[in-house]
Every structure is written in structure tokens, then in C-alpha cells.
Design a protein around this ligand. Structure first.
Ligand code: S3P
Length: 182
């Protein structure tokens, strides 16, 4: 029997702060489960025809959030897949409700120092531009952790290699589905 079969019935939505690995873990998770992978940030960029930084600069954060909401609503109507959401998506009440009803949500969580180190390697995130990453992440964590905690599953990733996190997520999902079937 294919032990991953029960994990392919619902979209798996990864939520959590910037730098926690939603996209890189998501891509590997999708490979391991033989599911398609979708990245909400990339889909928003494709829909807008510009980068997230440019969307923020040209159209503003509210326009980005509205685009993100629409894109995720569309993706959630697709057959089951692994969906990496942008870090702010689960803050939107409607998006959160949609994810809760149409997907199983997994909060990937790691120490802020680890995230700050990782996000410092890239300059593609407008919320961090010209700011101290740890301070920004601390502010976001304070505001967002109460909502991220509404995810169905929480996986503490630490600084583990992505394949280790993928295994953790698969084990957590298996336990979650076994429990919901019981
Ligand atoms: C954001 C996170 C980013 C991207 C945008 C805003 C946020 O996605 O959607 O820069 O509000 O946390 P990642 O979490 O994939 O970096």
C-alpha cells in the first residue's frame, strides 16, 4: 500500500514567516508526495507581470494583498497540490478561512535568529528593505504567531536541512490524517 495516498486528498498549504522555507520545503514535499507544487508569490508575480518588490513600489502593499487573496482563492480550487503561501497570506481573514476549509495548513516555525540569517542573503523582500531583519521579523512574529497558530499542524524546523523538514512534515501530516480518519 502506498503510505502517502492519504496525503494526496487535500491541498497542503504551508504558512509561516519569510525565510522559514515554505517554497524550498514545499517543492521537495511535492516531489516526495508526487503532487504538483504551486508558489503563491510566483503566481502573484506572473499575474501582475512584475516582481513583488515592483508591485509594492508601483501599486502598494494593499494591491499586493488583494492580488495575493485572489491568486490563493484560485489556486485552492485546483486539484490537490502543495501550496507555498507568502508570509502575510494567512493574516487575511478570508484567505485564512479559505485555506482552513479547502486545505490542510502547516505552520513551519523556526527561531527568528535563524530566519534573520536566511533572509539577509536575499534582497527581494520589500518588508525588509533597508531595515534590520531581526527587528522586522520580531514585529511580524508578535502580530502573526497568534494567527499562524490556527494552522492545523505546527512543525518546528529549527535549522534542519530541507529534506529533514520534509520528513517531519510528512510524519505530522500522516498523524493528522490518521487522527481525523479515526
Ligand atoms: C511577505 C512575505 C513574502 C511576500 C511578500 C510579503 C510577508 O513571501 O509574499 O514579500 O508579508 O511576510 P515569503 O514568505 O515567501 O518570503
Amino acid at each position: 500500500m502506498d503510505r502517502y495516498a492519504p496525503l494526496r486528498h487535500r491541498t497542503i498549504a504551508l504558512v509561516g514567516l519569510m525565510g522559514v522555507g515554505k517554497s524550498s520545503v514545499g517543492r521537495r514535499l511535492a516531489n516526495a508526495l508526487d503532487l504538483p507544487f504551486r508558489d503563491a508569490d510566483a503566481e502573484v508575480e506572473a499575474a501582475a507581470g512584475r516582481s513583488i518588490s515592483d508591485i509594492f513600489i508601483d501599486l502598494g502593499e494593499d494591491a499586493f494583498r488583494e492580488g495575493e487573496r485572489r491568486v490563493i482563492a484560485r489556486l485552492l480550487d485546483l486539484p490537490p497540490h502543495v501550496l507555498a503561501t507568502g508570509g502575510g497570506a494567512f493574516m487575511h481573514e478570508q484567505t485564512r478561512a479559505l485555506i482552513k476549509s479547502k486545505a490542510v495548513s502547516v505552520w513551519l516555525k523556526a527561531d527568528l535568529e535563524i530566519l534573520a540569517r536566511r533572509v539577509s542573503r536575499k534582497d527581494t523582500r520589500p518588508l525588509l528593505a533597508g531595515k534590520d531583519p531581526l527587528a522586522v521579523l520580531q514585529g511580524l512574529a508578535d502580530a502573526r504567531y497568534p494567527l499562524y497558530s490556527q494552522a492545523d499542524i505546527v512543525v518546528e524546523t529549527g535549522d534542519a536541512a530541507h529534506h529533514v523538514t520534509v520528513e517531519q512534515v510528512i510524519n505530522a501530516l500522516s498523524a493528522f490524517f490518521a487522527e481525523s480518519a479515526a
